[in-house]
Design a protein around this ligand. Structure first.
Ligand SMILES: Nc1ncnc2c1ncn2[C@@H]1O[C@H](COP(=O)(O)OP(=O)(O)OP(=O)(O)O)[C@@H](O)[C@H]1O
Ligand SMILES: [Mg+2]
Length: 287
């Protein structure tokens, strides 16, 4: 069952000005309940613009966004409910940190939800722990934090609302390998514990291969491909043509195949590559 459905969505920035720019063209896609969906596409393909429609931050020029089958734009109350149910972490965390302490920033959403003070307190503490920040961070100014810490506080602020749909726009951009790994674990842990739907944008195809159930590919403002992660990465030639990368493991197998080795190329993670190469070596050795 689809939790979010995008119907024939068209959107352009700066409508009616000389700077008018059509960005999304007739986009149709669905996001199933409990799925982890990766949105990929070249820079400027419209990923962030599409995501900002999923909780009503932008309004389509035409088309619609449905949450549980009903338009999120049908009334102010529906839009407000959508903002509570669909939590959005922006591409640039600075865009969503504006309070003078980390505590107030994380508490902002739950306060808007009119939760009781002790519940808000619990959520602030829990969310900080969830993103791996000590409780002492609560009294710091978000503006004194490093880029990685700001991102974690921004994510904590969204998690504190306990959203049914968690949207993350390039959550691992700019993080070091350890930070990236921790972030992917955070996403999969949240998903496993809550059964929430997760939608994330990434330029890192290894991250996509590791955690996504499904992939949506945008190209020049159009949804050009969608399917299970295996189905999408199996279309390597088309992805490369669009200027997109492939998981490292897939690239290695394609290269070996190019060199004349009869190895499978529907391999997307390091574990799968290791198993496939082991099987290949055993076959060659006749064991
Ligand atoms: N606020 C804005 N005003 C005008 N044009 C914009 C605005 N935001 C984005 N655009 C333009 O819309 C197009 C799509 O931008 P968008 O940010 O959605 O792409 P993206 O796929 O998220 O790219 P990236 O991978 O670089 O984050 C780009 O051409 C961009 O320049
Ligand atoms: Mg973007």
């Amino acid at each position: 069952m689809a939790v979010l459905t995008v119907q024939n969505l068209c959107y352009g920035y700066a409508k009616g000005t000389p700077f008018e720019k059509a960005v999304l063209h007739d986009v149709c896609c669905t996001f199933g309940e409990g799925e982890i969906v990766a949105v990929i596409g070249h820079t400027g393909s419209g990923k962030s613009t599409l995501l900002q429609h999923l909780n009503g931050l932008l309004k389509p020029d035409s088309g619609d966004v449905l949450l549980d089958g009903e338009s999120i734009y049908r009334s102010k109350a529906a839009l407000r409910e959508c903002r509570f149910r669909v939590g959005m972490c922006f591409q640039y965390p600075e865009q969503q940190l504006f309070e003078s302490t980390v505590r107030d920033d994380i508490a902002f959403g739950p306060k808007n939800q009119k939760l009781a003070a002790d519940e808000i307190d619990r959520r602030v503490k829990e969310s900080l722990a969830y993103v791996g920040l000590r409780e002492s961070y609560a009294d710091k100014s978000p503006f004194d934090l490093s880029g990685g810490e700001k991102r974690r506080v921004a994510i904590a602020g969204v998690l504190a609302m306990e959203p049914e749909v968690l949207i993350l726009d390039e959550p691992s951009a700019g993080l070091d390998p350890a930070g990236k790994k921790a972030l992917l674990k955070l996403i999969t842990d949240y998903h496993a514990q809550t059964g929430s739907t997760v939608i994330f944008v990434s330029h890192d195809m290894d991250d996509v291969a590791e955690i996504a159930d499904r992939v949506l590919v945008l190209s020049k403002g159009r949804a050009v491909m969608s399917g299970t992660t295996r189905e999408v990465f199996a279309r390597a030639d088309e992805l490369l043509e669009m200027g997109l990368g492939l998981p490292e493991a897939t690239s290695v197998m394609l290269r070996l195949r190019h060199e004349g080795l009869d190895v499978p190329t529907d391999v997307f993670t390091a574990e799968e590559a290791a198993a496939a190469l082991l099987a290949f070596a055993r076959k060659g050795a006749g064991v």
